[in-house]
Design a protein around this ligand. Structure first.
Ligand SMILES: *[C@@H]1O[C@H](CO)[C@@H](O)[C@H](O)[C@H]1NC(C)=O
Ligand SMILES: *[C@@H]1O[C@H](CO)[C@@H](O)[C@H](O)[C@H]1NC(C)=O
Length: 517
């Protein structure tokens, strides 16, 4: 038994490319009408064409999908076959003798394969796609790969053979027709455009007529690389002003300068520097949030001594991509001109501490010393002096409020207090809030205003047999006055004792006195 294909063209009806001549025949069996297509014919070698043979078809789809004309073995297909649902049918055929009902030859098994037609569209199952590629990547750099699938038979014909092409994305990207690999077609700068929408089409039938197609969008983001140096907004910053800082210096925010960098994130991170002489007066730090350079004062500036600074500031990217270094250093420079503004400063004493001396016992009104303070500001406001009197302090001094001359108001006694430490102030006449202080240490110098004294009353006994020149008693003296090299006392017998005396006093320089017979 052989099974031969009767119709040479495709049997399955669901392709638009179905030839016209394949018009279904009308076939009737048991009052059921089928549109059917003749496709195959069974033929037994023993068929003598006398109508005595009867063909029988059994198996998958027999009687429903496949109907046989039992007189001539022609097999009709009654419905569309879908290869993707069922690729083959296993059927058995038999030829029997009509009169004897006996098989004329053994049953044969046939497999009817459903031949593929292109009835499936390609599909991008993973789309839409998102991919990221570093900016400035060289031409040909692979960005991503897109893959479409097709339900048709990959082993037969071109129905499942896909061809990829670029619908949108030229001239920046290209796609490999067979693999769907998307590549860079030119170098692109993120700072110009950072996102591209690429549309890829996949066509089956290798793109020929009758092909189905599908498209997928691919969003391609360019990631940043450090290809831009920082750049100061201004070549020169001028007319920036810093107020001179007053007595107690504390670094305050002075000025802000800013360099732009078109890169983002770490690639835009920058450090600022101050170059040259001004770096001992000014410092600069980076605000990492805003990338601003904050100029700080390192020490106080004084309007009266320097009113203008011109500082050179530099900005450098923190992380530099070696690839771009040949295009020049990733830095920029600017000049910052800073004016120091005058502040109303309090008077300044010529010294912070004055040390003065006055002899004890000096007359009331004696000159102790002079303090001087001046308003450092341009207007040189006159000052008034005064002494800060503590509650407990006796007023021993006064100051001339106009010229700072300090005089005594009482005689001083070194033996009561050898130092008088006072505080004087200078106040601007036009602004009483502008006030300064200075310490004045006044030492009271000793004068010999105390007589020597015997520390005690001496009572001495002498034996009756004492010999001339014998030491009877040592005496000494004390003195309240100050003496750098120690006191020297001169001892002698009192006038009334000298005339008729049995005793002499021998001064032995050390204050020890021998009283001898
Ligand atoms: C300060 O003024 C007083 C009073 O006019 C005067 O006696 C004194 O000599 C002056 N002192 C100085 C240093 O000018
Ligand atoms: C005043 O100052 C002098 C010198 O600094 C010091 O030796 C002395 O102890 C001080 N006297 C008082 C009462 O503070």
């Amino acid at each position: 038994m052989i099974l031969s294909e009767v119709v040479q063209h495709r049997l399955c009806l669901n392709s638009q490319s179905q030839p016209k001549r394949n018009i279904p025949k009308f076939y009737s069996s048991r009052n059921v009408a089928y549109f059917s297509v003749l496709c195959l014919q069974l033929k037994s070698d023993l068929d003598k064409q006398d109508g005595n043979l009867k063909y029988i078809l059994t198996g998958e789809g027999a009687g429903s999908i496949f109907i046989i004309d039992e007189s001539n073995g022609k097999i009709y297909v009654t419905q569309k076959l879908d290869r993707e649902k069922k690729a083959f049918y296993t059927l058995r055929a038999q030829a029997i003798n009509r009169s004897t009902q006996l098989p004329v030859e053994p049953e044969s098994e046939f497999i009817i394969k459903v031949r593929d037609v292109n009835d499936h569209e390609p599909q991008f199952l993973d789309g839409p796609y998102v991919a990221t590629v570093p900016e400035m990547s060289p031409e040909g750099t692979s960005v991503t790969q897109v893959t479409a699938t097709d339900g048709d038979d990959p082993s037969y014909g071109n129905s499942a053979r896909l061809l990829y092409s670029l619908i949108q994305g030229q001239p920046y990207f290209s796609v490999e027709p067979k693999t769907g690999v998307i590549r860079m077609a030119s170098q692109m700068d993120r700072e110009t455009k950072d996102q591209y929408l690429v549309i890829i089409q996949a066509k089956d039938m290798v793109g020929q007529t009758g092909a189905f197609s599908a498209t997928a969008t691919v969003t391609i983001n360019l990631s940043d690389i450090n290809d831009n140096p920082p750049k100061f907004q201004q070549r020169e910053y001028s007319l920036l002003t810093v107020v001179e800082v007053l007595r107690k210096f504390r670094s305050t925010v002075a000025l802000l300068i800013f360099a732009e960098d078109s890169d983002i994130g770490e690639n835009a991170a920058m450090n600022y520097f101050i170059e040259g002489d001004s770096s001992d007066v000014f410092d600069i730090i980076t605000n990492n949030e805003t990338q601003e350079g904050i100029i700080l004062l390192k020490k106080r500036v004084d309007y009266e001594s320097k009113r203008r600074y011109s500082i050179r500031a530099k900005v450098v990217n923190r992380y530099i991509d070696d690839r771009f270094l040949k295009e020049g250093p990733f830095e920029d420079k600017t000049i910052v001109k800073i004016n120091v503004e005058d502040a109303d400063e309090p008077p300044v004493f010529t010294l912070e501490n004055y040390v003065m001396e006055i002899a004890e016992g000096a007359m009331t009104g004696s000159l102790v010393g002079v303090v001087t303070a001046r308003d450092p500001d341009d207007d040189d406001c006159p000052v008034r002096y005064s002494i800060v009197h503590g509650m407990h302090l006796k007023r021993l001094f006064s100051i001339n409020e106009h010229n700072g001359t300090i005089i005594t108001t009482k005689p001083l006694d070194r033996e009561i207090a050898s130092w008088h430490n006072i505080t004087v102030t200078a106040t601007e006449t036009r602004n009483a809030e502008k006030i300064s202080e200075a310490n004045v240490y006044i030492q009271v110098l000793d004068v010999n205003d105390h007589a020597p004294e015997f520390p005690k009353y001496y009572e001495t006994f002498v034996c009756e047999n004492a010999v001339s020149g014998q030491l009877i008693q040592s005496i000494s003296a004390v003195d309240q006055d100050d003496s750098a090299e120690g006191h020297h006392f001169y001892f002698s017998l009192a006038q009334e004792a000298t005339n008729n005396s049995h005793f002499t006093v021998k001064d032995n320089q050390g204050g020890v006195i021998h009283v001898a017979l």
